[in-house]
Structures are given as C-alpha cells and as structure tokens.
Design a protein around this ligand. Sequence first.
Ligand code: NAD
Length: 486
Amino acid sequence: MTTSDARTKIVWDYAPAPESPEHVRLRESYGLFIDGEFRAPIDGRRVPTLNPATEEPVAEVAFAGEADLRAAVDSAREAQPRWASLSGLERGKYLFRVARLIQERTRELAVVESMDGGKPIRESRDIDVPLAAAHFFYYAGWADKLPYGVGGRQVAPHGVAAQIVPWNFPLLMAAWKLAPALACGNAAILKPAETTPLTALLLAEVLQEAELPPGVVAILPGDGALGASLVRQPDIDKVAFTGSTAVGKDIQAALAGRKVPLTLELGGKSANIVFEDAALDQAVEGIVNGIFFNQGHVCCAGSRLLIQESVADEVIGKLWERMGRLRVGDPLDKNTDVGAINSREQLERITELVSAGEGEGAVRRTVACELPERGYWFAPTIFTEVAPAHRIAVEEIFGPVVSVLTFRTQAEAIEKANNSTYGLASGIWTDKGAKAFEVASALQAGVAWQNTYNHFDPTAAFGGYKESGFGREGGPAGLRPYLRVT
Ligand code: NAD
C-alpha cells in the first residue's frame, strides 16, 4: 500500500468564496405536507436534519407515522380522479408553473441542498436545481400529448403513486418522479430520504405557491420503516423506487402477487472504459467527473475505471496529478470540487470498503489534503492493482474512490465491463465512432456515454439492466411507468 502524504506540486490558491446562506428562508420546524398544507404529525415524531459538513442541525423535520401515512393516502385517493379529469393542457400549466417557481428559487434551493446533503454548491446550483426545473418543463410539455409518447394508444393514469427517493440528488430525484407522474394524471406520495428532506419540503412550498390542488402531492419525510409501510399500503396503484439494490429487492418481494406496477432505479458499479486512441487529457477530466462528482454518491458513478494497458501508466499519472488539484471542503464555497460525505453511516461504509481493498492487496493512493475538523469527509482515492474479484471492484462504494482495472483488447474490455451484477451506466473513451458504437451495443448497461460522463438531460431515458433495476425515467420512455396503456 502506498499513501501519498504530499499534494501534487501544482496548487492553485483561491480565496474562499462562500455562498451566503442568509437569503435562505428556512423554518425552524417543518410539518408533513398532506392535503396541500403542512401538518403536525399525528403519530410521527420530529427529528433534526444535520448539515454533514458541520454536524450542526439545519432545521427540525416531522417524520410521518402510520396514521399520517393513512391520512396522506386517503387525501391522495380523493384528489386523484379530479386531477386526472383535468385536460392535459391544464395539468401542463401547473407543471410549467412549478418549473418556473423552481427557477425563481434556484439560489435558495441550491444552498439548502448543499447544507442538507453536503454536495458542492457549484453542483447543486448548476446541475441539480436547473435539471429539476428542466424535468418539470419537459413533462409539462408532454401532459397534453400523452398518447403520442406511447405509439398513439389510449392511456389512463394508474391512480396514486408511491415514490421513494435517496439522499444523493434529493430535489432532482423528486422532480424525476413527480413530474411524469403528475403529467400523466396520477397523484403522488413522495418519501424523501431521512438525511435530506429539506429541498423536498421547499418543493412542497413551491407546489402550494403554484396552487396545485390539495392532495395531488403529499410529501412525507421518514425513515426506511415508513418507506416499507408506504409500499405495502393496500390503496396505492404504482410504486417507483430509487435507492439500493437490497431495498429494491425487498420492495419487489413485498409487491409480489399484487397488481401494482413497479419501477426500480437501483445501484451500480459502472465501467468507464478508456481506449488507447482516446484524447487522454479529455478522458482524465471525464474520469474525474465520473467518480468525484457529488463525492461519488452517484448511482451511475464511473467507479470501475478500465484502461487499455498501453496507456494505463500515462492515464493513471495524469489522473493522480489532477486529483491532487481537487479542492475538498466547505460545500458552500464556490471553488469546492468535493464536498462532505452525506452521513456518518455512509462515511463508515466507504471506510470499511476501502480497508477491504487494502486488505485484499490493491494499491491505494489517497490525496493528502487538509480536511475540516468537524463533519464527514473522505479524500479522493484511487486503487490500482485491482483484481476483478476484489470487493472494491464488485461492490458499490458510493464515495470518492475509483478502482482501476486494465485490459488489452476490445473484447476483454467488454467482458470485464459486463462482469458485474449491476448494469446502470458506462463510459467509452475513443476517437473511433464505429468502435464506440460497437462497444456500446455489447455493454449490458442502461446508459452508454461516449467521450463524456454523467451527462443528464430530461429528454433522455435513464435506467438499468440486471441488479441496477428496471423501468426508465426521463424522455418519452419515462411516461410509460405512469400510464395504463390500452
Ligand atoms: P436506500 O435503499 O437505503 O434508501 C433509499 C430510500 O429508501 C430512502 O428514502 C430510505 O428511507 C428508503 N428505504 C429504506 N429502507 C426501505 C424499505 N425497506 N422499504 C422502502 N423504503 C426504504 O439507499 P440509499 O443508501 O439512500 O441510496 C443510495 C443507493 O441509491 C445507492 O445504491 C445508489 O446507487 C442508489 N441510487 C440509484 C439511482 C438510480 O437512478 N439508479 C439514483 C440514485 C441513487
């Protein structure tokens, strides 16, 4: 094992440029969003939500209990037929309004996302929030054209959709789920993740401001037990889940034998493949974006880096130098590249897997940057000499850790890339278009990026193969899970 204790030579000095949280209008305590209003929990409890960069509470949030959940389901059941009976044009107007209000509150939403989740403000401001608005704009446009999205057939909504999202893209995942569900005439009960409920609750304020009819959306923060209870409610007509494969399997088992359609967007161990003919400097930027974006808390992170043997040393050298220039620290600083790890539990998971990598004989290098004293942090890390059977080559680390494997031929690259129980995304770096298409069509991955990585767009479908789940979100394909087609 080698661990560098010095940063690479080129160090750029930036003055701190923190985004001010002063314009943020957070309440001290948030209720549950049921029937168009914030309510005190009936049998739930109130818990603080922490800033992972400081371990200080940001606000207090109600977690729903069983009676709260029942109230939300009843209200959604009552509201859904009226919502579905509106013309698509009218539903679209509400969604356009939501999109514009998200844009108006971009700065506030971005700051709160970074405070609650730990991601760099540069990402929440430039990626999460604009993409969330873009999803509402996109599906607003579909609301009055639904049959065209499914080959001209007759469509109807399912009814009430239960939607569960993880903590890595809290607002964006809420938008991915809510926008198509509402466009198609469903009501929705959204459960944000336990560590990041705040932007979903600000979205509830946006829905109020947009005058969305009461009951059409409920937002119920809570833990895994609430999620488990939500998917087992007898009165729900559709379940959409984004999260870990283990929980996805549990939900699938819970729904077995019931006529409730299910969408699962699960974990990944995606291969980012660099061929010797690639533009290597560009590829290094793509590798960095692929694994260090959002501290590696990304389902489609390029966490298995496959490099052609002839250029492996060169790419690893350039990558290591580039990693030394990543700025790790205050998520609210506009210069920060890598923010805080989302929670203590996640930090423990990353630490445990990294120790396993060292124990199994891979070579670890971790950037020796100064980390803040409080909060949860993990410095960018690269493993070389990784064998395909090592845990760090197989399991999702969900942190800023990349495992490097090498290959000699295109066939070997494909074989190694597909040697995974997952199949979410992939990256292909080559200057040969034909090779990129050939490799992309042989990869068992829902997304194949060519000479780019982590590129998202509401018009493009996203989803997995194998244990990465099924169903698609985004694009016209994202309408299908929310429609009954006859
Ligand atoms: P998680 O599965 O632990 O939790 C996800 C959500 O499910 C949370 O809201 C949680 O409260 C809830 N939950 C927990 N137990 C539940 C249960 N038994 N029944 C119902 N709901 C339950 O996952 P996580 O650690 O929060 O998120 C990270 C995982 O999400 C990673 O595996 C990542 O790859 C995956 N993810 C996938 C995508 C995708 O689009 N494929 C996107 C983002 C994250």
